[in-house]
Design a protein around this ligand. Structure first.
Ligand code: ZN
Length: 133
């Protein structure tokens, strides 16, 4: 099955924990064993897995990306949001997580984060679950 779900970011840069939403989609699918692919069809957002316990981990990642990709005069893209495009490519657009006994096989400290780099905006998340009941 494939599921399209919407998400709204509230600020220019924001990492939103979507682990619960993805687990609900798996619950509704009835699939117990397989793979869950989470994909975003955007060029200024990303998706990643990282620690969901200490929020400073996410803050450190955001701050590090800002230092890695400062705005620069030599960027030519007319929209003026080249750092958001570059961060999107660094973070990537999909993740794949194994599903077993109906649950995401995430580690104890792992969460799935939607990464907004050019918000606030309405975004789409596409979830494909491949497997069996
Ligand atoms: Zn752009």
């Amino acid at each position: 099955m494939i599921e399209y779900t919407n998400i709204k970011s509230a600020s220019r840069e924001e990492f939103i924990d979507i682990t619960g939403r993805i687990q609900k989609i798996i619950d509704n699918s009835g699939i117990k064993e397989g793979l869950c692919v989470v994909y975003i069809p955007h060029t200024t957002a990303g998706i990643t897995i990282n620690e969901d316990a200490d929020p400073d981990v996410i803050n450190d990642i955001k701050n590090y990306l800002d230092r890695m990709v400062p705005n620069a005069e030599y960027f030519k893209h007319l929209e003026g949001n080249s750092p958001a495009h570059i961060k999107s490519s660094i973070i990537g657009h999909s993740i794949t997580v194994p599903v077993s006994e109906g649950g995401l096989l995430l580690g104890r400290w792992q969460g799935i984060f939607f990464c907004e780099f050019d918000g606030p905006r309405s975004r789409q998340i596409i979830v494909k679950i491949i497997g069996e009941d």
